[in-house]
Design a protein around this ligand. Structure first.
Ligand SMILES: Nc1ncnc2c1ncn2[C@@H]1O[C@H](COP(=O)(O)OP(=O)(O)OP(=O)(O)O)[C@@H](O)[C@H]1O
Length: 373
């Protein structure tokens, strides 16, 4: 298996960091410090280098340090072929500059997957608590990383969907119905929707056993969790869905059936996880889901993704923490970055990790210092 690890990171006016330069271990790197000192910001900078954007804030300019004109996030990845430098810079009001080995990209999408990365963060609970769109986005994000045609299908589907919705509104306003025009869009939705549904089904068939195994490894008690893909297309064809909902669509003036209504169902003991899961159980579930994403990306990219564990130990009992430490010690992961507010807990966990590890302390001035082992 080939590797890609981040050895160096340089931040200039990225979020709360005026200027920070860091060197990392190829194995475990932990950041400790109080709330709000900027631990997660370091993980987000790493996310920038791998995925070309922030994990948390889609508005690039908001990641520039307040009151400053530009930001730079720069890193050096070590691979079996040598060192790859990645450079991301943004000046307020201008286009983001993104380079690998001093060369611009024609399409930023071409960078995705070169340095696979998985972030596990407290904000993942949105996957459980929020509406179906959040779960579809997660599923689409992971599949798109391995399948460019999937992204094309998705974009084309969404375009046809929005055109069909505009047409339904237009018809209603003008009180005229041209079924033939509607059918042009139906055909496009069917062609793309069927492929998207097939791809999602395959993806969930691959993810589910890995996710369930990861869950049972972390929560060794017998907790019966389940993950399933809910789609109207599991019951009938896309064509039937559209035909059956046509009258309803005309009244509501939007398309009520199709793969844009798909969802992922998360269950604990046959009840919705959102309703019955404790905070620790919900956290375990999202960690397991992300570890399944890790395996999926590892499989499709041939590289162990960099794993970012933001505040992962909070809300987990000692036994679950121990299970995660064992997974690290079993060499299941490559390079790992951890953040934690409890320095003692981190030091104690790091001692149990057999892999090489470095602990950094972040203080309230945003200064990062490597702690003596
Ligand atoms: N664009 C920005 N300019 C300046 N500071 C920023 C910017 N964006 C975020 N920050 C600061 O970064 C800090 C939050 O950092 P971060 O989320 O990394 O904290 P943390 O150490 O992970 O905290 P916690 O332990 O609570 O998760 C806040 O103090 C916030 O004001």
């Amino acid at each position: 298996m080939s590797t890609a690890v981040l050895k160096k990171l340089h931040l200039v006016d990225f979020k709360n960091y005026p200027d920070a330069e860091l060197s990392f271990s190829s194995k475990v790197n932990a950041f400790v410090g109080n709330n709000g000192v900027g631990k997660t910001n370091v993980l987000d900078a790493i996310h920038y280098l791998a995925v070309t954007k922030s994990y948390f804030n889609p508005v690039d300019s908001q990641n520039i340090r307040h009151g400053k004109p530009f930001m730079v996030v720069e890193g050096a990845f070590e691979t079996e072929n040598g060192t790859d430098t990645v450079y991301c810079a943004l000046q307020r009001g201008q286009k983001k500059v993104f380079k690998r080995n001093q060369k611009d990209y024609e399409r930023l999408a071409d960078h995705i997957g070169l340095f696979p990365l998985v972030m596990i963060s407290p904000s993942d609970r949105d996957l459980i608590l929020e509406g179906s769109e959040t779960r579809r986005k997660f599923m689409d994000g992971v599949i798109s990383q391995s399948d460019k045609l999937y992204l094309d299908d998705l974009l084309a589907y969404n375009k046809a969907l929005s055109q069909r919705n505009s047409l339904l509104k237009y018809f209603a306003k003008n009180r005229k119905w041209e079924e033939a025009t509607l059918e042009i869009y139906d055909e496009q939705l069917i062609e793309r929707g069927v492929r998207i549904n097939e791809r999602r089904t395959l993806f969930m068939d691959q993810m589910k056993p890995i996710m369930l195994e990861a869950y049972s490894k972390i929560a060794s008690e017998n907790e019966d969790v389940n993950l399933s893909y809910a789609s109207q297309l599991n019951e009938k064809s896309m064509k039937e869905c559209l035909l059956e909902s046509r009258d309803k669509d005309k009244i509501l003036q939007y398309t009520t059936a199709g793969i844009h209504k798909d969802d992922l169902k998360f269950e604990l003991n046959e009840y919705p996880l959102k309703k019955v899961g404790s905070q620790g159980q919900q956290k375990t579930f999202t960690i397991a889901l992300k570890l399944a994403q890790f395996e999926f990306l590892k499989h499709v990219t041939g590289r162990k993704p960099i794993l970012l564990l933001d505040d992962i130990f909070d809300k987990l009992d000692e036994q679950r923490v121990e299970a995660i430490v064992s997974m690290v010690n079993d060499h299941q992961f490559g390079q790992i970055f951890i953040t934690d507010t409890h320095a003692d807990r981190t030091n104690e966990i790091v001692k149990r990790i057999v892999e090489e590890s470095v602990v950094f302390e972040v203080n309230s001035e945003g200064v990062i210092k490597e702690l003596e082992a």
